[in-house]
Design a protein around this ligand. Structure first.
Ligand SMILES: *Cc1c(COP(=O)(O)O)cnc(C)c1O
Length: 358
């Protein structure tokens, strides 16, 4: 490492690994919870016309008003509540943490969960406390409540459904955390399109609840748009650490156009849920253990860590990229995460897996 890097870069940044995105060219890509379907031709046409007319010489609308109006089709806001837009919900996580990064302030999250909670906390100089889930991936409530009491976290992040485990936490556990926490509790509903329950109706009930969603898993990962619902007074402060023009012109035009056809994405989500059940049934028929899922992926439990690593490599050799979690957390030591693909992709995955085990 060069002298200046060693001298100038904060040690905690030097200590972390960059967010790694593997090369997937030519592979069946079941690693990143993308929607496998592209836009129907009619919608491609409609979008093309809108994009042709986009004013790329101008800065975008700083408030993203048309986008916010379009998002009204996705979420009901109580009186006094507003939306804050992010360049993906990743950027919202960063805004939340930047704004709360007082000396000694803490971020709390269960583990394993979304890796960006810990990573962004490190970037922003916040203390991070992770509380392990129980073996069945439910919240360890005595430990969560003890951590809230001991650390008084400014921010608690709960992915609902959780990534990478795919389950919904118990509603009474979430309510107990909302009641116990003095800080904000961010319920991250990135997988809401595939889940049987949402906490959106709770917004009016808990002043410390912030609800975060994204269009990424719905089928628009390339646009980078996340949104946070919360009390206007809170969002007004967070808005001060938002980069001006964070939502670019092409994204704003696209979202306004595409959400007029939100039934297309709702239908794709439904199909993905049907395929999720198909995949779970096939895995069960192969005598394999998978965790029931409320998201657009399933967690497959191999016999042990060695088998998880071996199957990951063999699938990769067969042209199928999944996510290997065997080294991500002790509770995942034997786990692979498989994003639901098209029926053909899922069939190819099952065929490859059957072959590997033969
Ligand atoms: C994928 C994911 C996100 C990130 O979404 P972007 O909007 O694409 O940044 C946030 N939270 C969870 C739990 C996720 O799995």
């Amino acid at each position: 490492m060069s002298d200046s890097v060693k001298r100038l870069i904060r040690p905690e940044i030097q200590a972390i690994a960059a967010y790694h995105v593997p090369d997937a060219s030519g592979m069946i890509k079941l690693d990143a919870m993308e929607n496998p379907y592209s836009l129907p031709p009619a919608l491609q046409q409609a979008l093309g016309q809108q994009l042709q007319a986009a004013a790329l010489n101008r800065y975008p609308d700083p408030g993203g008003q048309r986008v916010k109006q379009a998002l009204a089709s996705q979420i009901d806001l109580p009186a006094g509540y507003e939306l804050l837009l992010g360049n993906g919900s990743d950027e919202l996580i960063q805004m939340l943490m930047l704004a709360c990064a007082k000396s000694g302030a803490t971020v709390l999250a269960p583990e394993p969960s979304f890796v960006m909670y810990r990573m962004v906390a490190t970037w922003c100089g916040l203390d991070y406390v992770g509380v392990d889930l129980q073996a069945d991936f439910s919240l360890d409530m005595p430990m969560m409540l003890q951590a809230i009491e001991a650390h008084q976290p400014a921010l608690t992040f709960l992915a609902y459904p959780n990534n990478p485990t795919g389950n919904l936490f118990a509603q009474e556990d979430l309510r107990a955390i909302l009641a116990a926490a003095d800080g904000w509790v961010v319920i991250d509903e990135a997988y809401a399109p595939f889940a049987s329950h949402s906490c959106a109706q709770w917004l009016a009930e808990y002043p410390n609840l912030l609800l975060m969603r994204t269009l990424s898993k719905l089928g628009l990962a390339g646009l980078r748009l996340g949104y946070l619902a919360g009390p206007a007074a809170c969002l007004a402060e967070l808005d001060k650490v938002r980069m001006p023009y964070n939502i670019n012109v092409l994204t704003q035009v696209s979202v306004a156009c595409l959400l007029e056809h939100s039934h297309v994405f709702a239908q794709q989500a439904e199909e993905i849920c049907v395929q999720r059940q198909w995949l779970l049934d096939k895995l069960a028929a192969l005598g394999l253990q998978a965790v029931p899922s409320e998201a657009n992926f399933v967690l497959l439990r191999c016999a042990d860590q060695d088998q998880a690593l071996a199957w990951f490599a063999a699938l990769q050799a067969a042209g199928i990229l999944v996510k290997c979690l065997a080294k991500a957390h002790d509770l995942l030591h034997n786990c692979l995460r498989i994003t639901i693909g098209t029926p053909e992709e899922n069939q190819a995955f099952i065929a490859a897996l059957a072959q590997i085990r033969a």
